[in-house]
Write a protein that binds this ligand. Structure first.
Ligand SMILES: Cc1cc2nc3c(=O)[nH]c(=O)nc-3n(C[C@H](O)[C@H](O)[C@H](O)COP(=O)(O)OP(=O)(O)OC[C@H]3O[C@@H](n4cnc5c(N)ncnc54)[C@H](O)[C@@H]3O)c2cc1C
Length: 404
């Protein structure tokens, strides 16, 4: 019979796995169990994202995103070097295509410098040396940004957790958590249960529902936003060398459709940000009555609609009409044609929304002595995952010490 577990992690995405891995590194000999509802790790946001290693340029200095992105990027690159996971530090450009975007572009560059990110504002000539097909009157060059396959990272983390005596239990959905005075029990849909002194919830699109099992008041609701992608056809891939991003709209936490040359060499365009009708609604026709009622009967939805309806309509228009999507892309690379695009798999973002309808920009983690819930871990949480794991394990360590 195996040793009893010291930590249960619910969710086998990159945040859960990075947390479990960090725990095994800090506390050798203490067993971790990761419980994942799908048959493999990284099945949702982690395996369906853009695969970018973010530099940390965009985020408000001092925020959890800013601090953990910088630290997480360094930890991730060290991890990849130590464990032979391929990544490429290819650099990116954030392109201003109109004069009105220049002040915002300068503000992002200043933010980047405050966050310790190497970046420089470049003129059009220099931009064309880097990305010969990009539009733009000026740009920020971020040489540190990179690309990676987060599924490969997750699989490697899972392997190392197992090597350290941990277990990755797949195909089990945790439906209840019972927090007692000396242990926490995770109960699955099939009636199995696991007990440990500590539990961390990293359930991504279901993080608020899982948190409701132990928290009387969960301060946010997860609203799913589908990100639709297209791939460039092989004939058009030469139009993009690395990563070409627009200057983002500061009122919205998403970065705007962009071009990403992936670690595989494929170039994709997207993602859009369309409200999804199911938490795991990867196709337009995917509808979950429960998820829709959950969103529509919640008071924050009215505030959200009032604040973001204009941007939401624009995103839906681009989602429904390919020419509108193409024209958003052509602002960055004018030579792109509709015939260059082929549909690619989409992802769904777990975006936490506050009761007043504002989309929560920063990461949100609720910590009690025995149970930690990661409530908002949108982009750049894949980049930041090992730093988020470190932070959670630091918190848990205080509790472990009181047990010893
Ligand atoms: C379209 C898109 C593009 C993005 N691009 C980038 C990028 O380029 N760079 C970057 O750094 N970040 C990016 N992100 C963000 C990044 O992917 C996420 O922040 C990160 O993957 C979150 O990891 P996670 O482990 O919290 O969630 P997930 O990967 O969603 O994992 C949560 C896991 O929990 C499991 N689960 C849920 N409920 C239960 C339950 N009750 N019982 C058991 N298991 C459960 C799910 O099956 C899932 O596997 C992007 C996200 C999206 C959607």
């Amino acid at each position: 019979m195996s040793e009893p577990a010291q930590l249960i992690v619910v969710g086998g995405g990159i945040v859960g796995l990075a947390t479990a891995y960090t725990f095994t590194q800090r506390h050798p000999g203490r067993r971790v169990v990761v419980i994942e509802k799908e048959s493999a790790v990284a099945a949702h946001q982690t395996g369906r994202n853009s695969g970018v290693i973010h530099s940390g340029i965009y985020y408000k200095p001092g925020s959890l995103k800013a601090v953990n992105c910088r630290r997480g990027k360094a930890l991730l690159e060290d991890f990849c070097e130590a464990h032979a996971v391929p990544f490429e530090r290819c650099g990116k450009v954030i392109v201003a295509t109109h004069e009105r975007e220049l002040p915002r572009m300068e503000a992002i560059a200043a933010r980047g410098r405050d966050n310790g990110v190497a970046c420089e504002v470049i003129d059009r000539d220099r931009l064309l040396e880097l990305e010969p097909h990009a539009a733009g009157i000026a740009a920020i060059r971020v040489p540190d940004a990179g690309v990676i396959d987060y599924t490969v990272v997750s699989e490697r983390l899972a392997e190392l957790i197992r090597d350290a005596g941990g277990e990755i239990v797949t195909g089990r959905r945790v439906t209840d958590i019972d927090e007692g005075s000396d242990a926490v029990e995770a109960i699955t849909a099939g009636g199995e249960s696991w007990r440990a002194p500590l539990l961390v919830g990293c359930a991504g699109l279901y993080s608020d529902r899982l948190a409701r099992r132990t928290l009387r008041r969960v301060p946010v609701r997860i609203v799913p936003f589908r990100g639709e992608y297209y791939d460039l056809t092989p004939a058009a891939e030469h139009l993009v060398r690395h990563l070409i991003y627009p200057v983002p709209d500061p009122r919205f936490p998403f970065l705007g459709v962009h071009f990403t040359r992936r670690i595989t060499g494929r170039v994709d365009c997207g993602p859009s940000a369309v409200p999804a009708l199911a938490r795991e609604g990867y196709r337009r026709r995917d509808v979950s009555l429960r998820d829709m009622l959950d969103t529509l009967t919640w008071r924050g939805i009215f505030g959200m609609a009032a604040r973001y309806w204009r941007m939401g309509m624009g995103e839906m228009w681009r989602s429904l009409r390919r020419p509108a999507f193409v024209s958003a892309l052509r602002r960055l690379v004018p030579a792109v044609e509709a015939s260059h695009l082929q549909p690619a798999p989409s992802g769904v973002r777990a975006q936490a929304v506050r009761p007043d309808g504002r989309l929560l920009d920063d990461f949100l983690i609720s910590e009690s002595p025995r149970v930690v819930h990661v409530l908002n871990a949108p982009s750049p949480a894949a980049t930041a995952s090992l730093a988020i794991g470190e932070r959670i394990v630091d918190h848990l360590a205080q509790h472990l010490q009181t047990q010893d």
